[in-house]
Design a protein around this ligand. Structure first.
Ligand SMILES: Cc1cc2nc3c(=O)[nH]c(=O)nc-3n(C[C@H](O)[C@H](O)[C@H](O)COP(=O)(O)OP(=O)(O)OC[C@H]3O[C@@H](n4cnc5c(N)ncnc54)[C@H](O)[C@@H]3O)c2cc1C
Length: 400
């Protein structure tokens, strides 16, 4: 049997792509592989929450993608309640920028506000935040030299809930085969009639193949692409909220706190009322095979020193629950969506760079548009790494 489409990798990108493709082409056949049983905690799509911001200081194309994604998350949440919550998002940072986060060219608060203004995204820019923040962010210690960007339409997507819901949807389609716990070991596109995916068990043929392998993708790529996509180790922390603390951390917006000089942390409304999820970013390069999944006391102390003067009611004496996670990053925080030159049937897909989860529905639509041969609103935007810097190579032995 030959499938119309095969997808390797059932993280959020592979799952949304499968879901979008299946909705568009209910009679076509699809096979989706994963090394493990998703959702799992070994890649990038886990850890309870991902921030959804419409105005992205990373660039305006990303914001257009976000507008499209939000419509889809809201529709999906109607059928699968609890996958997306509109909690609002607050970005706190110096009034006069001292650094740039996520490759924005100016202060993160200011860049975000500019994008929001140009896309008419509902927001508030609070320049007297000490007073104004008392209502919005009571547990935060805000200084008078700080500003706050507040986006009421922002919120939180819940990775495990979303992925379980997508898997449930896919299981209802007769012509979709879910091959979980079945790693794809190699692919061969030398046959002009199909691409062949080999697993330990079997060989499968398909007309189209999407490789959405998250942090496992770079290793499979040929140079010069392999070394342009880097994987870094990140840590998520759930700190205990002091039991007698009067404010309910479940009622805060998701937040980013830019401390200046390149330091920042971000967090989410508490899910259980007892712990607060907080994280920052690290540049330590790694790979899924070699990553250290233990978290040292020094790392915990470093995290505490970032937030302890900013947040009240957090018990820093009790050891937090921790989890490691992997960022897959392309230059300029770009997304990787496209074919390598000379590859006729294989599409590479990685949302990359720590800000892709929220865009998954819109990215999946871009991928399906390209596979279907139609122009997408975003045709020119997100393809930079592989297409603009594309160098010709003649053959590639795809060991995954
Ligand atoms: C700490 C952290 C915080 C983040 N915060 C945000 C945020 O607030 N907002 C936001 O929008 N985004 C955020 N992101 C980014 C977002 O989570 C990622 O962009 C997204 O999860 C990437 O999904 P993926 O499907 O590409 O990769 P993954 O979820 O890693 O999925 C890849 C899948 O491929 C499978 N696979 C690999 N090799 C094979 C093989 N050979 N055969 C079969 N299967 C294979 C793996 O098992 C895995 O399931 C964050 C990421 C991290 C790590």
């Amino acid at each position: 049997m030959k499938y119309d489409i095969a997808i390797v990798g059932a993280g959020i990108m592979g799952l949304w792509t499968a879901y979008t493709y299946a909705k568009r082409h209910p009679s076509k056949t699809l096979i989706l592989f994963d090394k493990y049983t998703p959702p799992h905690d070994l890649g990038s799509s886990h850890g309870e929450s991902r921030m959804f911001r419409l105005a992205n200081g990373e660039g305006d194309a990303i914001s257009r993608l976000g507008l499209n994604a939000k419509k889809q998350w809201l529709a999906f949440d109607k059928n699968h309640p609890g996958t997306f919550k509109q909690t609002g998002v607050a970005i706190i940072g110096p009034k006069i920028a001292t650094s740039s986060l996520h490759d924005s060219k100016e202060g993160f608060v200011q860049a975000t506000q500019k994008v929001a203004a140009s896309y008419n995204i509902d927001h508030q820019y609070l320049t007297d935040p000490k007073k104004q923040a008392a209502k919005l962010l009571p547990p935060f210690n805000i200084e008078s030299d700080e500003a706050i960007y507040y986006e009421p339409g922002g919120g939180v997507v819940h990775p495990e809930k979303c992925m379980n819901a997508l898997i449930k949807e896919l299981k209802q389609c007769d012509n979709i085969s879910l091959r979980f716990n079945e790693p794809a070991e190699s692919i061969d596109e030398t046959d002009p009639t199909s691409v062949v995916i080999s697993t330990k068990a079997k060989q499968y043929r398909a007309d189209e193949l999407v490789l959405s392998m998250g942090p496992w993708l770079p290793k499979a790529l040929p140079e010069p692409y392999k070394s342009q996509i880097i994987v870094t180790r990140q840590v998520l922390y759930w700190f205990t909220i002091e039991s007698d603390y009067s404010f309910d951390y479940q009622n805060i917006p998701a937040f980013v706190c830019d401390l200046g000089h390149g330091k920042f942390f971000y967090g989410f409304p508490s899910q259980d009322g007892k712990t607060l999820k907080i994280a920052t970013e690290s540049n330590v390069q790694t790979s899924p095979e070699t990553v250290d999944r233990t978290v040292s006391q020094t790392e915990i102390n470093d995290m505490i020193s970032l937030f302890e003067n900013k947040l009240s009611g957090i018990d820093t004496k009790t050891k937090p629950r921790v989890k490691t996670c992997l960022y897959t990053s392309a230059p300029n925080s770009d997304f990787v969506i496209g074919r390598l030159p000379q590859s006729k049937r294989i599409t590479l897909l990685s949302a990359c760079s720590g800000h892709g989860f929220k865009h998954a529905p819109a990215i999946a639509a871009v991928v399906c548009d390209r596979i279907d041969g139609c122009d997408s609103e975003f045709s020119k935007d997100f393809l930079t790494l592989l297409e603009l810097k594309g160098q010709v190579f003649t053959s590639h032995n795809w060991r995954l």
